[in-house]
Design a protein around this ligand. Structure first.
Ligand SMILES: CCCCCCCCCCC/C=C/C(=O)SCCNC(=O)CCNC(=O)[C@H](O)C(C)(C)COP(=O)(O)OP(=O)(O)OC[C@H]1O[C@@H](n2cnc3c(N)ncnc32)[C@H](O)[C@@H]1OP(=O)(O)O
Length: 355
């Protein structure tokens, strides 16, 4: 059956009312069918390879080839109707509890900052960096908060920087993204350097990239024996951050730090513990129970004594750490503009059909 112009217009309106984000793949399909239905076969010049979003749109439209306008219109209407509110789960609220990407809770003197994108292995988006930073600033001033914990929901601790952070290009292009990314990175890591109270990582599963490097700035790192520690910076055309170019050689010696930070060697939890990056490893089956029992006991210790001891242990290093952070952030700004880095990100995103 044909779809009328009216059906097509209704479908366009329905798209705006969808409660649930249908995901990039469907959005690209909708875009392509809309363009084909209204303009016919793709008639735009191919965008440059760094213009990720427009290139993805162009690819989707171009892939439809010479599909007749009428068929594209019908396919668009059918696709929208398969996504329409009646086929969305009924009674769904706009924002389900616990649907935030970073969940912050406070109990028994413990502030828990939990990365909550389990389906994306807790990859960290730009918004998440900002939320974690704000949470750390708030909890540092909260007298009821004695210790602060960073952990992940699901099978991963975190797969590090969300590689799609590089794809939403503003008008200033990749140069602007690299500049703002470098400032964000510097502010984010500065906040860990300056955090005044005990900061604990509860590493519930594999950790990648910045999720690993930051561990050098934590006061204790408890890991499940399922956790692994991987910093594939060179493979991504990138360089070390999170002050790891300074903390890792200090913690584990230059030889082992180089294996991780330059050659991308992945460590098991027990290896990371032997190198001094992890404080203690627990069997996964008892990990949560044992670690949280211990943290509850620690949170009952006198907070001021803990804070002053931390200051005594850390203050001599702070200036150096800030300088290292500034250097690493500047180096990465340059790296993000390099062909090595672009190619690596394109490879990952095209493997996942996100381009
Ligand atoms: C210029 C912009 C600046 C922005 C802001 C800057 C702020 C500071 C930046 C600091 C620099 C940080 C550097 C790093 O952290 S480098 C490390 C980056 N991470 C990675 O390279 C890991 C990439 N992911 C993987 O290799 C695999 O996904 C992984 C081994 C983690 C898991 O593999 P598995 O096969 O088990 O699972 P999937 O690959 O199918 O993953 C499931 C879904 O999750 C998505 N995913 C996973 N990790 C990421 C990620 N890091 N970024 C984006 N998306 C990720 C994956 O695509 C799957 O999604 P779909 O189900 O939709 O396909």
């Amino acid at each position: 059956m044909r779809a009328s112009q009216k059906d097509f217009e209704n479908a366009m309106n329905q798209v705006k009312l969808l409660k649930k984000d249908p995901g990039n793949e469907v959005k690209l399909k909708l875009y392509a069918l809309y363009k084909q239905a209204t303009e016919g076969p793709c008639n735009m010049p191919k965008p440059g390879m760094l213009d990720f979003i427009n290139k993805a749109k162009w690819d989707a439209w171009n892939a439809i080839g010479s599909l007749p306008k009428e068929t594209a219109r019908k396919n668009y209407v059918d696709l929208v109707s398969s996504l329409s509110p009646s086929s969305e789960s009924s009674g769904r609220v706009d924002k389900e509890p616990g649907s935030e990407s970073v969940v912050i809770t406070s109990e028994d003197g413990i502030t828990k900052i939990m990365l909550n994108r389990p389906a994306q292995k807790n990859a960290i988006t730009i918004q998440m960096y900002q939320e974690i930073l704000s949470a750390l600033e708030a909890t540092s001033k909260d007298d009821n908060s004695v210790i602060t914990v960073l952990t992940g929901n699901g099978d991963y601790y975190s797969s590090g920087n969300d590689l799609t952070n590089f794809t939403n290009l503003p008008p200033g292009g990749i140069e602007e993204v690299a500049k703002t990314g470098s400032i964000l990175l510097r502010d984010f890591v500065d906040c860990f350097i300056d955090f005044p109270k005990p900061l604990i990582a509860v590493v519930n599963g594999p950790a990648v990239g910045i999720a690993v490097t930051l561990l050098g700035l934590f006061d204790a790192v408890y890991a499940s024996d399922r956790a692994t520690f991987h910093t594939p910076f060179t493979q991504l055309g990138q360089t070390a951050e999170g002050c790891s170019s300074y903390t890792f050689p200090k913690i584990m010696g230059p030889a082992k730090a180089i294996e991780m930070l330059i050659f991308g060697k992945k460590l098991t939890a027990h290896e990371a513990c032997a190198q001094g990056l992890v404080t203690e490893v627990f069997p996964d089956s008892t990990f949560q129970k044992e670690v949280w029992a211990r943290l509850k006991a620690y949170a009952k210790l006198p907070p001021n004594a803990m804070r002053i001891s931390k200051e005594l242990i850390r203050h001599n290093e702070k200036e150096k750490l800030h300088a290292v952070n500034a250097e690493e952030s500047t180096a990465l700004q340059g790296r993000w503009l390099s062909e090595e880095c672009m190619n690596a990100i394109i490879n990952f995103l095209s493997r996942k059909s996100k381009l």
